[in-house]
Ligand binder design. Structure first.
Ligand SMILES: Cc1cc2nc3c(=O)[nH]c(=O)nc-3n(C[C@H](O)[C@H](O)[C@H](O)COP(=O)(O)O)c2cc1C
Length: 240
């Protein structure tokens, strides 16, 4: 396989610049709505990456989606294996080399508006200060594909990454939500939220924190070479 390098576009450079700024932010958002233009840009870029990004509009559709999140969370809460797994990789200290740090997660059972957030062990991250009784303006989007095969799943991941970085570049906070996709039955989302038209893979939540809110701590990362390897055919590089 020949690997061809191309000159990065301005858009690529802007997305790359958002990488060190992006964090999963599980806090409550302000009520400021996400502008239509920002959503359109996320949708367009996800489409270029080969996946559908579907903003959840309409009260009933949103209710169906948030109900699916609630039901998945309930099932997981009753599952001792899930509980043991999440306890094993969250609640980590600042010197952790992987997993979710206590300082990046919130105390158990947080629900922002209608959206239940995943509970991690020992979460300590407080909400940023919003106005009293201010509703959470988090926008939910579903990453989906027409096909349901390994290539489609790869494209969905790339599209999710690009959508998250696009939102970060516009100053918005983001959080992926995947609990409904971790239980066996995801039909409720496919049929009731997407009208059976596409295969859902991930939910993204995005919105605004109050101006000047410091970001949550940076998550630990394993060493690059612990997670990726050279393709046998592409390494060692051929001399030119
Ligand atoms: C496919 C995928 C699913 C995720 N699902 C959730 C989720 O359900 N709830 C949550 O709070 N974070 C979720 N996350 C966020 C990860 O926990 C987070 O990316 C990881 O802890 C690293 O933190 P960072 O994004 O701030 O670098 C998900 C991330 C990915 C890539």
């Amino acid at each position: 396989m020949e690997l061809v390098a191309r000159t990065p576009s301005e858009e690529d450079i802007a997305l790359a610049a958002a990488i060190p700024k992006r964090r999963t932010d599980r806090r409550r958002f302000t009520s400021w709505p996400v502008p239509r233009g920002h959503l359109d840009l996320m949708v367009d870029r996800a489409a270029e990456a080969g996946a559908l990004l579907i903003p959840v509009v309409g009260q009933l559709t949103r209710l169906r989606l948030t109900t699916a999140i609630d039901q998945a969370a309930l099932r997981q809460q009753e599952d001792p294996e899930y509980q043991a797994e999440i306890a094993g990789w969250s609640g980590r200290g600042r010197l952790a080399e992987d997993g979710v740090m206590a300082g990046s997660a919130q105390p158990a059972g947080r629900v922002h508006g209608d959206t239940a957030m995943r509970t991690f062990s020992g979460g300590t991250l407080p909400d940023a200060r919003t106005a009293r009784d201010e509703p959470d303006g988090g926008q939910l989007l579903v990453v989906a594909t027409l096909a349901d095969n390994p290539t489609a799943i790869l494209r969905a991941g790339e599209a999710a990454s690009i959508a998250l970085l696009t939102a970060t570049g516009r100053g918005m906070a983001t959080c992926p939500l995947s609990q409904p996709f971790e239980i066996a039955d995801t039909r409720a989302i496919r049929d009731e939220v997407l009208d059976g038209a596409a295969h859902p893979h991930l939910i993204l939540r995005t919105g605004w924190l109050p101006v000047s809110t410091p970001p949550p701590p940076r998550s630990p990362r394993r060493q690059l070479m612990d997670t990726v390897d050279h393709m046998p055919a592409a390494w060692p590089p051929r001399p030119r």
